[in-house]
Design a protein around this ligand. Structure first.
Ligand SMILES: [Ca+2]
Length: 169
């Protein structure tokens, strides 16, 4: 079981002009996830995001507590962790996880934040909603608390305008 905390950050434009200029409005975005829940396996996690000028991307930053390869949570990565990993072999755990574990052998290496960028909204099979979503695989790292933050960025006005002129948008 893994607890997911979901703070959300939206990028805002800074302006003191009170004219309505949609190209300077911040995007609207919300996680389509119940916060602070326990999940396991592969969890399709996403946000609904919208902007009048179009969305560019939603960027997620995944921060994990604990240490790389420390499957038994004793604070160090060693043979006991390798045994646990091998018991889970083929269940979302494979060579990449062994490499990660061996790289942290005998140490207490904190997880580095993982960044995932989603540029297109598609149907999230879990929620049946159009979202900027990704598959969070909780099987390939030791169970721990995961905090996920996201930034939603609108399409830049100049880029949208240029794409419009070329008939892409
Ligand atoms: Ca350990």
């Amino acid at each position: 079981m893994i607890a997911i905390l979901l703070p959300f950050v939206m990028m805002q434009s800074s302006g003191t002009d009170f004219q309505y200029t949609p190209e300077t409005e911040p995007p609207m975005a919300y996680f389509d996830v119940v916060p602070q829940q326990d999940v396991s396996g592969v969890f399709e996690l996403g946000a609904v995001a919208y902007h009048l000028e179009g969305m560019n991307r939603v960027e997620y930053t995944i921060t994990r507590d604990g240490f790389v390869g420390d499957w038994n949570h004793d604070g160090v990565t060693d043979g006991l962790d390798l045994s646990i990993l091998l018991e889970r072999w083929g269940q979302g755990v494979g060579g990449r996880e062994v490499t990660r574990l061996l790289g942290a052998w005998g140490q207490s290496v904190p997880h580095r934040p993982q960044v995932i960028t989603v540029y297109e909204q598609t149907l999230n099979p879990r929620t049946k909603e159009l979202e900027y979503w990704f598959a969070l695989d909780t099987r390939n790292r030791p169970d721990t608390k995961i905090t996920i933050s996201a930034e939603a960025e609108r399409l830049q006005y100049q880029l949208a305008n240029k794409m419009w002129k070329h008939g892409v948008l």
